[in-house]
Write a protein that binds this ligand. Structure first.
Ligand code: NDP
Length: 289
């Protein structure tokens, strides 16, 4: 058996096409163009590539985009002042601070992110948005887990009643994924580094989400035959070689469906960022009308 390949580009194209339609309708209805501001501090090469990709996606969809490059030695106060300006800037509907922040302000990360207006928080990391997600009032939801859900929905994979297992409990992937799957009536187990008998748990999964950050961590013997395997991991194992958390070659002969890395979930993350920016614009307009 060979698993069905869940290619990110197909689902990302569908999400982006819908976002583009929404951009056009906002322009027609309200004469408003959704705008996204991305703040990048310093010169981290990976971050620069991510930011450039986000900017390109905005251009593709007709979303106004500002990239704000701040010097590596920026202080917390400088960032807060920049966010404050964007919170009040009516051309900007979505604000994103590219992570990681440089080491000297790393511990201020939560305070900096919490300063973003929750209605402009297109990353969905603000405690208000986290709380809304946890209480079943999805508002702006973190892009990567939301991308996984949209992909399942677009692929026609049923979630309700399924056993879902997530490996990883981070605030940006594992925990929001838990809430999203639970809200869609899956029975959800979250595993982490202290979980005992991990393989026995993952083998129960109809839907298995790997968000560990370790190359080839999920092996074929951890996967139930026919399971849907979503690989969130992005691990660089050589200068030009990225792999996921799943041992793709071995697992694809056991799983029913599987996402590749690269070319899987990563593409959906940016598509959902576009979707969230348009959604944020609509939310803000609905409050001003
Ligand atoms: P974190 O490092 O924040 O979390 C990793 C999680 O894996 C933790 O909860 C950790 O457990 C758990 N873990 C580590 N080792 C084990 C183990 N041996 N057994 C079981 N669980 C374990 O990572 P993120 O959630 O931020 O990211 C996960 C991966 O997804 C990374 O590769 C990252 O690059 C990628 N990623 C991809 C994105 C995309 O767009 N495709 C977006 C975001 C992330 P514990 O909590 O106990 O430490």
């Amino acid at each position: 058996m060979t698993a069905k390949l869940l290619e990110g580009k197909i689902f990302a194209a569908a999400i982006k096409a819908e976002a583009k339609k929404q951009v056009e309708s906002l322009q027609q209805e309200f004469k408003v163009t959704p705008g996204l501001a991305v703040i990048i501090v310093g010169e981290n090469p990976a971050s620069k590539v991510y930011v450039a990709n986000k900017h390109r996606s905005c251009e593709e969809l007709g979303i106004y985009s500002e990239v704000i490059e701040m010097p590596i030695d920026s202080t917390k106060a400088m960032l807060l002042a920049q966010i404050d300006e964007l919170n009040h800037n009516c051309k900007i509907h979505g604000i994103l601070v590219q992570l990681p922040l440089p080491p000297h302000i790393h511990t201020d990360e939560a305070e900096i992110l919490d300063f973003i207006d929750p209605d402009k928080d297109v990353d969905g990391f603000h405690p208000i948005n986290v709380g809304k997600l946890a209480t079943g009032q999805e508002h702006l939801v973190p892009c990567t887990p939301m991308g996984c859900i949209k992909m399942l929905e677009l692929a026609g994979i049923e979630i309700a009643g399924k056993n879902a297992v997530i490996i990883g409990r981070s605030n940006i992937v594992g925990k929001p994924m838990f809430h999203l799957l639970l809200a869609r009536d899956a029975t959800v187990t979250v595993c982490h580094s202290r979980t005992k008998n991990l393989a026995a748990i993952t083998k129960q999964a109809d839907i298995l989400v790997a968000a560990v950050g370790r190359p080839h961590f999920v092996t074929a013997d951890m996967v139930k035959p026919g399971a849907v395997v979503i690989d969130v991991g992005i691990n660089r194992i050589a200068p030009k070689k990225l792999v996921g958390d799943v041992d793709f070659e071995a697992v694809k002969s056991v799983a029913g469906a599987i996402t590749p890395v690269p070319g899987g979930v990563g593409l959906l993350t940016i598509a959902i960022l576009m979707h969230n920016t348009v959604k944020a614009a609509r939310l803000q307009l609905s409050k001003t009308i």
